[in-house]
Write a protein that binds this ligand. Structure first.
Ligand SMILES: NC(=O)c1ccc[n+]([C@@H]2O[C@H](COP(=O)([O-])OP(=O)(O)OC[C@H]3O[C@@H](n4cnc5c(N)ncnc54)[C@H](OP(=O)(O)O)[C@@H]3O)[C@@H](O)[C@H]2O)c1
Length: 282
């Protein structure tokens, strides 16, 4: 039987990337719900959708992702990232649906010097990071059959992201300064979408193997935002005066991790996945 996969937040960047790859996977029935069709803060809407489609898997891409704004809207961020995640987990428990929830490198404080494994102790430094961690913990307290996939610096042709901001700024300005002391790894949203589907295919094919738990996924390698911007301009053949600056010269309401490279050994080994380097995906 073809697994039925509910995708929440379907008009977001990752939601659109999942729509983009869905045609490739004819062995899966995808049901895409944007925030209008399914508001994850409303249990009644979740119950109605789950009752109608009875999903085998639910990929939760719905989230409050405005990292800086979250500092002044903690209640809204909590409602979506914590209560919303909890509501979905409860419905997944009732309907025996496997939940695939997406989380973030911002659960870490950024003080590490080597890539964060799934066992590293989270210590979020922002409201957004805290709500994403609280959402993870809410899911773990309700479900055993869950996948939490932490990712970082997500970009694509869809939605709002750093790459699109850089391309827009390059049209508006001749010079640009970008921070070079925050180190992480960009993640192409389409690569992430494909990996989430691989998890579903593997789990459907091997129901006797318990692979549930937390996983890291980003592209391979590490760079600064400055390096990322430089590569974006190089690939797009854009000439611009690009200057590196320290984070102290670009203050933001939310504190961001200085270092948030994720160790992908677990996801690669468990699901036999090969990952492209960040600079070959742009
Ligand atoms: N983007 C990154 O760099 C990044 C990095 C690490 C982790 N992540 C995680 O990756 C996941 C996907 O991120 P993304 O880049 O796709 O974010 P995104 O583009 O902001 O998409 C999030 C989607 O969630 C929807 N949403 C908000 N509140 C909702 C609600 N109450 N019910 C249902 N849907 C709701 C939004 O719909 P509306 O627009 O209609 O409100 C939006 O379409 C998130 O869990 C995020 O925390 C992202």
């Amino acid at each position: 039987m073809r697994p039925v996969v509910l995708v929440t937040g379907a008009n977001g960047q990752l939601g659109q990337s999942l729509r983009f790859v869905a045609d490739k996977y004819s062995q899966i029935d995808f049901v895409f719900c944007d925030s209008k069709a399914l508001d994850i803060t409303l249990k009644v809407e979740i119950a109605s959708v789950f009752n109608t489609i009875k999903p085998d898997f639910c990929i939760n891409t719905a989230a409050y992702t405005a990292v800086d704004k979250a500092e002044s809207e903690p209640d809204k961020a909590t409602a979506i990232n914590v209560t919303g995640a909890k509501n979905l987990a409860e419905a997944c428990k009732e309907f025996k649906t496997k939940l695939i929830h997406v989380s973030t490198d911002f659960v870490f404080d950024g003080n590490a010097k080597t890539p964060y494994t799934e066992e590293a102790i989270p210590n979020p430094q922002s409201v957004y990071g805290q709500t994403k961690l609280d959402g993870e913990e809410a899911i773990q307290s309700i479900l055993q059959d869950y996948f939490i996939v932490r990712t970082s610096w997500v970009y694509s042709q869809f939605g709002n992201n750093f790459m699109k901001t850089m391309l827009r700024l390059a049209r508006e300005r001749n010079e640009l300064a970008v921070v070079d002391d925050q180190i992480g790894t960009p993640t192409h949203a389409v690569d992430l979408a494909n990996v989430l589907v691989q998890i579903i295919l593997y789990t459907s094919k091997n129901p006797e193997i318990n692979t549930y738990g937390i996983y890291n996924f980003s592209n391979e390698g590490a760079c600064s935002w400055f390096d990322f911007a430089q590569k974006i301009f190089e690939v797009n053949n854009i000439k611009i005066d690009l200057q590196p600056i320290p984070s102290s010269k670009y203050p933001t309401p939310a504190h961001r991790p200085r270092y948030s490279v994720l160790d992908k050994s677990k996801i690669k080994k468990t699901f036999d996945i090969e990952i492209k380097t960040w600079d070959e995906t742009i």
